[in-house]
Structures are given as structure tokens and as C-alpha cells.
Ligand binder design. Structure first.
Ligand SMILES: Cc1ncc(COP(=O)(O)O)c(C=O)c1O
Length: 455
């Protein structure tokens, strides 16, 4: 994309944009929650809809001049329904500004302060917007401070969700690192939540939506399925859909579905008015109509055969990467993946996630440190490494490139393992300019040049 006005008027910001562009073009971005949107999506995002205030909903706005914003939002809703094959008795709200807001809006619509939420334990891969508090004041060494299968919350409330609601969290099993749905059923019976939430940031397996829907029904709770990560896979049929099983589904629009940053709520029609009211006026002001324009483009793209192929390839690539890493002796959490992300527990290599992630970045491969089940580390230095295939698949990479990436990851880890015990600053000093890392970065760059991004 050209930015002639920006270049002339504000060279400082222009240069930062260009630096970010070069990084995205010549490094492998493997953060699972990121993706590269199409130029058409970004053109819509940069359109004049950014200027329009449109508080309210189509045909029911508080300001004048919304005839085109109304048409746009209705078009976006229609396309969202198509992309997710929404049943006639389901409703869509495309206004949430981000994923965390979409979840807050759902709580705002359906819960009262003090109600109990049963959600996934954050260090096992849950999300902050499903509630989180620390067991003690100290953030170090969670393990041993919490019971094995259930976490009742601690004194230090981190997420506003934990300040407003009582949040109880189910954990994965210690050995399988998977959910035991019978245990979740028992906890639901015991704690009588008003809402059960599934979904997270690092659980590599598909969720049993039927089981959670049945549990929620039995205890009289709403069931919210947050598919922020999997939305594109669900739209394409590469992962199962919670629509029609959960009462409400939320998702961010910038991850596997490859749209602009934003979020959407899907729900049963009988609670649609509550949900809409929970978003506006309950939580937000004016919707971002420029985002809605970009979202409409994204949903059109998501209905194409090319997007379907893309989503299936995302999963195939992640599975291949997991397989190759396991062959190299890495402890892939849950023994593989059903989706776009792979989580490795680095303790099997006597390492944590932080320093290897720093070294990989130097080598041109961007992944993130992450907590893992049975975590013994801290939030700033957790034991895992999380990687995803959405962006590299957008570039057109397939299984042979996954084999190559697994090789590079292993080479980097072996190279820096002897120094990983060092303090972060010392470690970074040690690896700065390390010729072997630079040579891998050059190999990475030449692979990226073979699969260029349309900027
Ligand atoms: C499961 C889940 N829910 C909600 C969110 C929050 O999304 P946002 O960053 O847009 O607020 C995320 C973000 O990563 C997520 O993974």
C-alpha cells in the first residue's frame, strides 16, 4: 500500500509503518492470534466510514446522515450470517470493538453483578476476559497454590470480570492436558454458575460444545462459546461449530477469519434484544463503521472456496509442525493439535519459554512464550512456547515449509540452550548479533521472499 500523504506530512510515523511492513514481509509471524488481512479489507478500513458516527442500530440511529452506514451494517450482518450458515432463529451483532468488549457486553446483557461464571483456567489457555485473579499477592509459581481440577479464584483480582462476578475456573487434567467433561459437570452442579464459558488462547484441541451445552442446560446457565481463535476454521468447516448448541457465540475478527481488528456476537433470536442492548447503550458508544466496512469484505472472502481451502491448510500445517516437533523430542501439549496452534512445554528440554522465544525472534521467527498446563513458571517467564500457522498459510506455505520451520526452531533452541539459564538482559546481550542466528534469519528471509505478502 502506498502512503504518499503520510510520507510527506509525517515522515516519522511513515517510517515506523514501513519498518513494521518490512518486518511482516521478511520474518515469519507465527503468533496464533494474528493474521494478514487482504488489501481490500485494509482499503475498506481506511475508507471515509472512519468519519461517521452511527450510535444505535441500522434504521434506529441517534444521528442523521446514516443512510449508507445503515446499508453497510445490514450488508455486513447478512454476510456474517452467510459465512457462518446462521440458522434463521439466530441473530448477529457486528458492533463490538474488540473481543474483550464482546464478552463484557454478553455478561452485561445476561448476568447480574455477583453471579457465578464457570470458565477455563487462564494458565491452561483461558482468556483474561473470562475472568482472572491470582491466588496470592505473589505472581510467582502458581502450581501448588491451586487445586488440581478447579480454581476458585484468588484475592488479587486482575480482570474486571473477576471484580464484578464470582469466577470459578475448570482446569485440564494433569496427565492428558485435556478437559474432563464429567468433572466440569460436577463443578457446574456444585457451583451453580449463571454462565459457562468455553474457548481460550492456547487449548490446542476442539471443544465438546454438545457436552458443555448439555451441562449448561441442566444447571440453568447460559452457555457462551468464545471462538475468537477458531472463527475462520469454524466458518470454513475445518473445526466444528458451536452455533445452535451454545446460547451465545463471540469471536474476534482478526485471527483465523482474517479480517480487521474487531469482534462479533452471534446469539439465539430470543435473547437478541438483550445482547444488542448490552453492546449499545450498555457498554459502547458509536460503532466503528470503517471496521464494519472491512468486516463486510472479510465475510465475503470467508464464503469463497479459496478461504475454505486456506482454513483446512491452516490445520494441516499446524498438525505437520506438531508432528515434526514431536519427532525432535519436543513435548507438544496434548500430543498434537486440531486447529491452528501448537503449544510446546519447554520443560522437557529443561528450558522455559522466554529466552527461546527471544532467540527465535532474532532468527526471524516470531512466536510467543506462553503458560502451559501444570505451569510452574510465572506470567513473565512461563514454561511454554506457542506458535500458529494462520499467517504463514496466508502466504501460501504448506507442509514442506512446516518441515523447514521445525528444523529452524530446533536449530535455534539447540544453539541457545546452553545460555538460557542466564537472566533476560544477559541472555539478550549474549545472543545479540550471534552469527548462527543471523544466518538462520537470512534463510528465513529468502523463504519469505518466495511467499511474498501483498502489502
Ligand atoms: C479467546 C479470546 N477471547 C477474547 C480475546 C480478546 O480479544 P481482543 O484482544 O480483541 O480484546 C482473545 C484475544 O486474543 C481471545 O483469544
Amino acid at each position: 500500500m502506498e502512503f504518499p500523504h503520510l510520507q510527506k506530512q509525517d515522515p516519522e510515523v511513515y517510517e515506523l509503518v514501513k519498518q513494521e511492513e518490512r518486518k511482516q514481509q521478511y520474518k515469519l509471524s507465527m503468533i496464533p492470534s494474528e493474521n494478514f488481512s487482504s488489501p481490500a479489507v485494509r482499503e475498506a478500513l481506511a475508507s471515509v466510514f472512519v468519519h461517521k458516527y452511527a450510535e444505535g442500530y441500522p434504521r434506529k440511529r441517534y444521528y442523521e446522515g446514516n443512510q449508507f452506514a445503515d446499508n453497510l451494517e445490514e450488508l455486513c450482518q447478512k454476510r456474517a450470517k452467510q459465512a457462518f450458515s446462521l440458522p434463521d432463529d439466530w441473530h448477529v451483532n457486528v458492533q463490538p470493538l474488540a473481543g474483550a468488549n464482546s464478552n463484557l457486553a454478553v455478561y452485561n446483557a445476561l448476568l447480574e453483578p455477583g453471579d457465578t461464571i464457570l470458565s477455563m483456567y487462564l494458565p491452561d489457555g483461558g482468556h483474561l476476559s473470562h475472568g482472572w485473579s491470582f491466588p496470592e499477592q505473589d505472581e510467582q509459581g502458581l502450581e501448588g497454590q491451586v487445586e488440581q481440577s478447579i480454581y476458585l479464584g484468588g484475592k488479587r483480582k486482575i480482570s474486571i470480570v473477576s471484580k464484578i462476578f464470582k469466577v470459578v475456573q475448570y482446569k485440564v487434567e494433569r496427565d492428558t492436558r485435556l478437559f474432563d467433561y464429567d468433572k466440569i459437570r460436577t463443578f457446574a452442579g456444585e457451583y451453580r454458575p449463571k454462565m459457562i464459558i468455553s474457548g481460550g488462547t492456547a487449548y490446542p484441541r476442539e471443544i465438546n460444545y454438545e457436552a458443555l451445552a448439555a451441562i449448561a442446560k441442566d444447571v440453568g446457565a447460559y452457555y457462551l462459546a468464545d471462538i475468537a481463535h477458531e472463527a475462520g476454521l469454524v466458518a470454513a468447516g475445518a473445526n466444528k461449530s458451536p452455533i445452535g448448541k451454545a446460547d451465545v457465540v463471540t469471536f474476534t475478527t482478526h485471527k483465523t477469519i482474517r479480517g480487521p481488528r474487531g469482534a462479533v456476537i452471534l446469539c439465539r433470536s430470543d435473547i437478541a434484544d438483550k445482547i444488542d442492548f448490552g453492546v449499545f447503550p450498555g457498554l459502547q458508544g458509536g460503532p466503528f463503521e470503517h471496521t464494519i466496512a472491512a468486516l463486510a469484505v472479510c465475510f465475503k472472502e470467508a464464503c469463497t472456496p479459496a478461504f475454505r481451502d486456506y482454513a483446512f491448510q491452516v490445520v494441516k500445517n499446524a498438525q505437520r509442525l506438531a508432528q515434526r516437533l514431536m519427532e525432535k523430542g519436543y513435548d507438544v501439549v496434548s500430543g498434537g493439535t486440531d486447529k491452528h496452534l501448537v503449544l510446546i512445554d519447554m520443560r522437557s528440554k529443561n528450558l522455559s519459554g522466554r529466552n527461546p522465544a527471544k532467540a527465535l525472534d532474532q532468527a526471524g521467527i516470531i512466536m510467543n512464550r506462553n503458560s502451559v498446563p501444570n505451569e510452574t513458571g510465572s506470567p513473565m517467564n512461563p514454561s511454554g512456547l506457542r506458535m500458529g500457522t494462520p499467517t504463514i498459510t496466508t502466504r501460501g506455505m504448506k507442509e514442506p515449509e512446516m518441515d523447514q520451520i521445525a528444523e529452524w526452531v530446533d536449530r535455534v533452541v539447540q544453539l541457545v540452550a546452553p545460555y538460557c539459564e542466564r537472566k533476560p538482559a544477559e541472555f539478550e546481550e549474549k545472543i545479540k548479533g550471534m552469527p548462527e542466528l543471523q544466518s538462520i534469519a537470512a534463510e528465513v528471509e529468502s523463504l519469505c521472499r518466495k511467499y511474498p505478502l501483498t502489502m
